[in-house]
Design a protein around this ligand. Sequence first.
Ligand code: MFK
Length: 273
Amino acid sequence: MFSKRGCSHCTFQNCPVRPYAKRKPNTKQADCIYDCLDLWLVKWAGLLGDGHQLHGISTFSFQTWLSQARQSKDYALPNSSWSQGMMDLYSRFLEMCKDGTWKRIPSYTWLYRSTQLNLKKSLKLTSEKERKETRLFPRNMDTEGVGFEYAMFLNPSEKRMVCLFQPGPYLEGHPGFAHGGSTATIIDSTIGGCAIFVAGRVMTANLSINYRNPIPLGSVVLVDSKVDQVEGRKVFLSCQVRSIDGQTLHAEATALFIRLDSTKSLQQQMSSQ
Ligand SMILES: CCCCCCCCCC(=O)SCCNC(=O)CCNC(=O)[C@H](O)C(C)(C)COP(=O)(O)OP(=O)(O)OC[C@H]1O[C@@H](n2cnc3c(N)ncnc32)[C@H](O)[C@@H]1OP(=O)(O)O
């Protein structure tokens, strides 16, 4: 039932999923192992259910291990689904990080790990349940390239956050183009990251988007957001979504974020409303 060859893709011994696959360019070995294990679990653990023993390891403990491994995986690193355009833009921003002007924002399955943002207080206020179980919406797909492929960079002095975004086929709206809701999601997340950096724990109160030109699936766009004004608890931001060459304006948006009570956890805040 299991190949004894080992997976040439990730070198995970006895991987039954891709015994003959070649390693994809730019794939980190660790990422690939998670992929293979994931598919392996879906294939076998899903069929057998929890509590069964495979190779002496219970599927339950394997799932727990996998879930912990996923939480510590940085999804904003290049993977083999990234187009050359995405890689080039990523390299350009990485270069600009060298003198400290820009900072790459790692991206985990839960928001509050992003230590580059202004979240030290929020981290303390986040419950164990929130930390372990909150899964950030744009990271809702495990297969690389099918949904939201993105990486963010923060310019602290300009209070600006950019997001390199490559929408995959599962985000389709009109044939061949990204669904407007997926564009709204990536705008909300980018603007939201910027607002979090400036004000800490915030929520979107208003997001207004003008869609100017559709975004082809698989293309790469730059979501460029900045803080315009802070008035008490209110953070006003604006954003533009453009093609890499800057020639096509895909969308522009304005947003209002409201800072939450910094002494209360999100749960306390919500239940007191
Ligand atoms: C690196 C990755 C980063 C990823 C970032 C992810 C970001 C994701 C962000 C989201 O999607 S959050 C989810 C969507 N948002 C919500 O579900 C929020 C729902 N709304 C609420 O919970 C509350 O309405 C809210 C927390 C926004 C405000 O409630 P509060 O009780 O704290 O404030 P309040 O209602 O007292 O309003 C405070 C001020 O803001 C004003 N305000 C509130 N909502 C407004 C609105 N919608 N438009 C204009 N003004 C508004 C309000 O008038 C008032 O102004 P003044 O102080 O001048 O009187």
